[in-house]
Design a protein around this ligand. Sequence first.
Ligand SMILES: Nc1ncnc2c1ncn2[C@@H]1O[C@H](COP(=O)(O)OP(=O)(O)O)[C@@H](O)[C@H]1O
Ligand SMILES: [Mg+2]
Length: 266
Amino acid sequence: MTGQNGIAHSIAVASGKGGVGKSTVAVNLAVALAQTGAPTGLLDADIYGPSIPMMTGVRQMPQSRAGKIVPLEAHGLRLMSLGFLMPEGAPTVWRGPMVAGAIQQFLRDVDWGTLEYLIIDLPPGTGDAQLTLAQSLPLTGVIVVSTPQDVATQIAAKAVAMFQQLKVPILGILENMSGFVCPHCGTTAPIFREGGGRRASRQLGVRLLGEIPLDPLVCQSSDRGEPMVTTHPTSPMAEAFRRAADAVAAQVQAGAGAGPAIRMGP
Ligand SMILES: Nc1ncnc2c1ncn2[C@@H]1O[C@H](COP(=O)(O)OP(=O)(O)O)[C@@H](O)[C@H]1O
Ligand SMILES: [Mg+2]
């Protein structure tokens, strides 16, 4: 997509498995990027479990203008999700190529305008749908979300390997649920072990883009359709998302995974 259709950088957010916070990351990262002043869009390509409508609180049917779908706008983002077009709760039984076709249509037939970043929330896993999508989307790069446990980072490593095989640049690993910051004393307690993302980034030679702490408020926020970065801008989580957005922007400006991996401190 780069350069085409007015979108400078399309960045996929992927994960080896579901439930690691991929959609939470996609939404909050997109908002943090938009807050830097860069026009940003968010495309929900998780056709099997579109959660962007719920997480952004947007549920209208998009309008069309001059034969193109006009993305909905909220939280400073331009948004598109199959969830906007389908009745709520309807299951999607689609094969990989059909998924890819629908997503390509979202790129082609949606009037995104001029965007610096289009963040794409991919379906979880390394199956047929992800493969077809990664091959059919002109991506600047991919961010792999993982939680800190070894078992999760092993699964994330598979996703990294898949995208490497497909020659999609890996912008880095973003660790989510990295410990719990006590709201009373500010110390961090590791809940799902420590440093898994950092270890995996070293082993795989890809950058660690950040560590997003656990925050129980994120569930409330998502259920209300308001991203943490806007509702709790001074929380450790929002700060971590802003740092991650800076790291992503730096990777993209530096030519995205083309050169040797830039690593964070020890
Ligand atoms: N850092 C976090 N702290 C607390 N809860 C989180 C965090 N990240 C995600 N969650 C919660 O975990 C659940 C799964 O997150 P979600 O973003 O839907 O994952 P995925 O898209 O990978 O399936 C959601 O209920 C979400 O609110
Ligand atoms: Mg999701």
